[in-house]
Design a protein. Structure first.
Length: 321
């Protein structure tokens, strides 16, 4: 009997994808940050994400921060497609002893983020369980045929990332800002060829881009922007955290070489968020890391169900570790 631990997240998804048929009007199904469905002259992007006590937040966490994170994870997926958020539904699993004030605080945090970023909670469901869980379903919108997929990177493109990476366990994993404005701008300006949000770690997401685009992604570790928090998590090297930590929720994207000067100049005029070139796309396959310590070379970053010792120490996806 094969277990999920033996397979790891990627193999699990491959197995489930074989059981999913091509739905009507589905442009992109399983395998991207969001599914893309055609609706007249628009495309809708559809995604869902769980936030689970003991995995994504600790017991006793401030409810508003839990709500912020639950909604923010879905908004970050929508951002990575270059879309505008529209509607969200939240399914709640909670023990019967949970105080109502906790759920009210969660919705306060969620609504505060939506007031800044767009979108609205329109429903959901409530069920009893042993731990507090929030399962959020989200829908966004963009013009038909314009979604930024993981599969669009081409040899010769340059690789960029927003913000700074690593150490999200010290707070950013609960308080991050989804890069919606940046994602929509990249789509509108037709600058990015492929995009993904950094939820499972930089190297893991770079690997997704490489696999989906059937190209080789070269990450220059010496150019990766490291967050101050990455220096204070534990005794591991800050660079290890920047490359493999989860839940930074920044955008990782590729840009044709001939458009990079336009991108960098226009970006500085529009955004305070940093944007850094950290690598290239080449013919071939897989992720190759340059100027990194030997123990990090080939490290795939975070993968659900299947963690190496190094990513257990570095990853923020498991908030309890």
């Amino acid at each position: 009997m094969t277990t999920l631990e033996q397979l790891g997240e990627r193999k699990i998804i491959e197995a489930l994808a074989r059981l999913i048929g091509p739905g009507r009007d589905v442009i992109t199904g399983i395998g991207d940050d969001c599914a893309v469905v055609r609706a007249g002259t628009d495309d809708w992007v559809i995604t869902t994400d769980p936030v689970i006590e003991g995995v994504h937040f600790l017991s006793g966490e401030v409810p508003q921060r839990i709500g912020h994170k639950a909604v923010g994870r879905v908004l970050s997926d929508v951002a990575s497609m270059g879309a505008e958020p529209l509607w969200l539904a939240i399914n709640i699993v909670a023990p019967p002893t949970l105080e109502l004030a906790v759920l009210e605080g969660i919705y306060e945090g969620a609504n505060a983020l939506l007031a800044r970023c767009g979108g609205a909670i329109i429903g959901g469901d409530v069920a009893q369980g042993n731990n507090l869980e929030l399962h959020v379903f989200g829908v966004g919108r963009l013009p038909a045929g314009t979604a930024l997929l993981r599969s669009g990177a081409k040899p010769g493109d340059l690789l960029y990332v927003t913000g700074a990476l690593g150490g999200s366990l010290l707070g950013k994993h609960l308080d991050f800002t989804p890069r919606l404005a940046e994602g929509q701008w990249l789509r509108e300006q037709q600058l990015a060829t492929a995009m993904i949000d950094v939820s499972d770690g930089l190297l893991s997401e770079a690997n997704h881009l490489a696999e989906c685009s059937r190209a080789r992604v070269m990450v220059d570790a010496a150019r990766v922007p490291t967050a101050p928090a990455a220096h204070h998590v534990d005794t591991h090297a800050p660079l290890a955290h920047a490359l493999t930590d989860g839940e930074d929720f920044e955008l990782l994207f590729t840009v044709p070489a001939e458009k990079t000067s336009v991108l960098e100049q226009a970006w500085r005029e529009h955004f305070e968020t940093p944007c850094t070139c950290i690598g290239t796309v080449e013919p071939g396959g897989g992720v190759h890391t340059l100027h990194a310590p030997e123990e990090l070379t080939g490290n795939p970053g975070y993968e659900h169900f299947r963690l190496s010792d190094s990513t257990k120490n570095a990853g923020a996806e498991n908030a309890t570790e």
